[in-house]
Ligand binder design. Structure first.
Ligand code: ADP
Ligand code: MG
Length: 253
């Protein structure tokens, strides 16, 4: 479904990613791990189109997408939940989810401001999508609450719902469990598993290696911008280079 070939990206002469190759099969849950600064978020930005690569190609369902803008890739079914994604304070949970959806309907921002008829039709559609997405993540009963009153675990579910509004086929999750307590992590893990079981292809960057090991079909390990290992969780866990990359790095439990 996804093929990243020889992708490199530098920032100020330093490689954030260097000659990265990876393939993700449809329906797979791929874990991406690696120390801070390894290039995990950069990889997601290159796949979703929020950053251009200096070099290399990205293909999705057999077609090159690396020259497409982020919204075009989103329309093809690629959704991203950013690391430390923002919530909009003073807005309800439903409104927070709807905000992410405006870009994916036709009428756009200008007609939203002018409140044209096309916009009112869109608004209804977006609201229906938002409620369906909130149902998928178990937040149907929370839709009318101010977003900032949600516990952190539910805020993360809300971010997931925002991404699900576009009915993605490939979902990129960047450290969705960071800062969550153990019970919240378990609930989020269960939700990710459920989404995976509905056929969604998922790439999961997560600092909690134990969580990734439990959830992922395969794991790719990045270090200093390069893929240093890839395989099943069992294969990766015993890899000497992986163990070395994590030395001196506090591994979350
Ligand atoms: P990770 O998500 O694995 O922690 P990142 O992809 O965020 O790593 O960062 C990889 C490297 O690229 C780091 O050295 C980081 O400082 C650098 N980097 C990432 N984004 C930028 C940016 N927008 N400008 C400058 N340097 C960046
Ligand atoms: Mg990151």
């Amino acid at each position: 479904m996804l093929e990243v070939s020889d992708v490199s990206r530098q920032f100020g002469g330093v490689y954030a990613l260097r000659d990265v190759n990876l393939k993700v099969a449809e329906g797979e849950l791929r874990g991406i791990i690696g120390p801070n600064g390894a290039g995990k978020s950069t990889l997601f930005n290159l796949i979703s189109g929020h950053l251009p690569a200096d070099h290399g190609t990205v293909s999705y369902n057999g077609a090159r997408i690396d020259r497409l803008a982020a919204h075009r890739r989103a329309a093809l079914g690629i959704a991203i939940v950013f690391q430390a994604a923002r919530i909009f304070r003073g807005m309800t949970v439903r409104e927070n989810v709807m905000v992410g959806s405006h870009a994916s309907t036709g009428a756009g921002f200008l007609s939203a401001v002018l409140r044209l008829p096309a916009h009112r039709r869109d608004e209804r559609l977006i609201r229906e999508r938002a409620d369906a997405a909130l149902g998928r993540v178990g937040l149907a009963d929370w839709a009318d609450r101010p977003a900032e009153t949600l516990p952190l675990g539910q805020q993360r579910s809300m971010q997931l719902a925002r991404a699900l509004c576009a009915d993605p086929k490939l979902l990129l999750l960047d450290e969705p469990a960071s800062g969550l307590r153990a019970t919240e992590r378990e609930a989020l893990s269960a939700l990710i598993t459920e989404l995976h079981e509905t056929g969604l292809t998922i790439m999961l960057v997560e600092h909690d290696v134990a969580m990734v090991t439990r959830l992922a079909d395969r794991i790719t390990v990045l270090d200093l911008g390069q893929v240093i290992a890839e395989g099943t969780p069992e294969e990766v866990r015993g890899d000497q280079r992986v163990i070395a990359a994590y030395l001196g790095e506090e591994v979350a439990t």
